[in-house]
Design a protein around this ligand. Structure first.
Ligand code: NAD
Length: 546
């Protein structure tokens, strides 16, 4: 069969990268064997968008909207991206958190069509062969998970595939990474979620998780195979359990073009939020005392990146780490505690311990509390009130996802501090009216960071992804927050501006690539122009040359 036949007739309508559905023009229908296969009236993309929005409106809940949107993505990628880009505030919570969390919890039940690649421990020795089955050769970003720690929802095994799919959609929506450059991957090594294993519609291997040397060898084989088959691809590690995540990042970041979004992407978005918040509260990053509830991937990643930013300003590393304090499920992380996980040790300071979070707030008098525990309602009224007593403008970041896991709500943070809190969350909250003022809570969404970092690394053909790139991305993101945003209490720019913001982040990341000598191709004369040119535009292009 010739390529021509693939791009004609019914096959063309079934090719989501090329399909335009009822928007094929009369000339295109004539030339491409489509006449008779479509209803006669030609619609514009705008009219098709109207129809999609009407269909979404009629759906009874967000999960059904998610299913509808994924169906559209399977049929017509340009239209899917047009719809999401044009309604980003409304639809990002559906294609990503919080709805994607529910979609993963019910993945086997809403499954329609496979998307991305599934690699299992049974594929040992054959991973490169499998990757060659992928239909697109020029992959630039791979998002890979083993499903062990999906959002704050725990081990969802292969059903966690919704996350790599969703994150890659955000790469395209937010930074215009071409859909054909994106590859979602699940490495299925089993699941320890017994309810899932017993679910008759579970899509993954029904076995306990593989651990230890066998697991590590499988991941290394995957990274080697990905580098061999897709030499230009960046690998984003996503939602691995925390002991694996820290080990994999530390062990592989210098050997592959790889980063961990839960550790480094989160860190950059929170660092940006802190820099913006400081424009409201006054003071510098060096003056802050941050108290984290939760000492996992997100928390430790933030602590390390804040320290990197301070070290870059000239502070010694030990002193920089003393700006961050951690409180985990066993209490305040201090030097005298035994059997601390390795990633917590650099932040175990010499101080009296406590297992009471309010007491920790009163002892340390932090300028900011950052919730990354995955445990809801842990920023209680006494905690937030104590923050209000110690600070004129306390910074309260309740980052656990999805919304149901948030440490406190936006309304609570404003109410318990008489409107003085500078609040940000992980999942979106509606605007809050409090004593005649309207606050728009900022969402510390990683989508502000990773798409721009990816775009910058792609355009500069970076061979490694470094912490310096994430600090640069955070600085740029903070600089994009306007005085108007801050007046509304919002420490992040509006999502409506995300494509511009991502392009600017890409520029700052690419500058780091060149400064660090990590480029694999010479710098283009017009770097901002090269970044813009690399961004996929979901508008339809002519299917025939006139
Ligand atoms: P993780 O599993 O690596 O870490 C969770 C940490 O919380 C662990 O240190 C654990 O000991 C601690 N913890 C558990 N129960 C606790 C309790 N009752 N009190 C105090 N600490 C407790 O998970 P993670 O990757 O760090 O993610 C944590 C949360 O942060 C998740 O809900 C995730 O959705 C959220 N998160 C948000 C963003 C964002 O908003 N941009 C980004 C990443 C993660």
């Amino acid at each position: 069969m010739t390529t021509d036949l693939l791009h004609r007739g019914v096959k063309l309508l079934h090719d989501p990268m090329r399909n335009k559905g009822t928007a094929f023009t009369i000339e295109e229908r004539e030339a491409l064997g489509l006449r008779g296969l479509l209803p006669p009236r030609v619609l514009t993309q705008e009219e098709q968008v109207l129809r999609v929005m009407e269909i979404l409106e009629r759906k009874p809940n967000d999960l059904e909207r998610y299913v509808e949107l994924i169906g559209l993505q399977d049929r017509n990628e340009s239209l899917f991206y047009r719809v999401v880009v044009d309604h980003i505030e409304q639809l990002m919570p559906i294609i990503y958190t919080p709805t994607v969390g529910q979609a993963c919890q019910e993945f086997g039940h809403i499954f329609r069509r496979p998307r991305g690649m599934f690699i299992t421990c049974e594929d040992k020795g054959r991973i490169a062969e499998l990757l060659r089955h992928w239909p697109h050769e020029d992959v630039r970003i791979i998002v890979v998970t083993d499903g062990e720690r999906i959002l704050g929802l725990g081990d969802l095994g292969a059903d966690g595939m919704g996350i790599p799919i969703g994150k890659l959609s955000l790469y395209t929506v937010c930074a215009g990474i071409h859909p054909a450059w994106c590859l979602p991957v699940t490495i299925d090594v089993g699941t320890n979620n017994t309810a899932l294993r017993d679910d008759p519609l579970y899509i993954g291997l029904r076995q306990e998780r593989v651990r230890g040397a066998e697991y590590d060898a499988l991941i290394t084989e995957f990274l080697d195979a990905a580098a061999e088959v897709f030499p230009d691809a960046i690998v984003q590690l996503e939602d691995f359990g925390n002991t694996n995540a820290f080990r994999l990042l530390a062990g592989h970041r210098n050997n592959y073009c790889l980063f961990d979004d839960d550790i480094q992407g989160t860190a950059a978005v929170v660092l940006a939020g802190l820099w913006s918040a400081l424009r409201i509260t006054g003071g510098t990053l060096a003056d802050q005392r941050l108290l984290f509830l939760g000492a996992g991937e997100a928390g430790i990643g933030i602590g390390e990146l804040v320290a990197s930013a301070l070290v870059a300003e000239g502070m010694p590393p030990d002193e920089a780490r003393r700006r961050s304090w951690f409180f985990d499920s066993k209490g305040l992380v201090v030097k005298s505690r035994d059997r601390l996980a390795e990633h917590k040790i650099p932040f175990a300071h010499d101080h009296a311990g406590t297992s009471d979070f309010v007491e920790a707030v009163n002892m340390l008098r932090p300028t900011a509390i950052i919730g990354v525990s995955g445990v809801p309602r842990t920023f209680t009224q006494p905690v937030v009130e104590a923050m209000g007593q110690h600070n004129e403008r306390p910074i309260v970041m309740a980052l656990s996802n999805p919304t149901s896991k948030s440490e406190c709500t936006a309304r609570q943070a404003y109410q318990w501090t008489s409107g003085r809190a500078v609040f940000a969350s992980g999942s979106p909250f509606d605007p809050v009216d409090h004593q005649g003022r309207t606050f728009i809570p900022g969402q510390g969404n990683n989508a502000y960071i990773f798409p721009g970092v990816g775009l910058g690394a792609i355009v500069s053909r970076a061979s490694r992804i470094t912490d310096e790139m994430f600090v640069a991305a955070a600085r740029t993101l903070a600089d994009e927050v306007s005085e108007d945003d801050l007046r509304l209490g919002r420490v992040y720019p509006s999502l409506e501006r995300i494509r511009d913001v991502s392009a600017r982040i890409a520029l700052s990341v690419a500058e780091v690539t060149y400064r660090s000598g990590l480029e694999r191709e010479p710098r283009p004369d017009d770097l901002p122009g090269a970044i813009r040119a690399a961004m996929f535009d979901p508008a339809y292009r002519p299917a025939i040359t006139p």
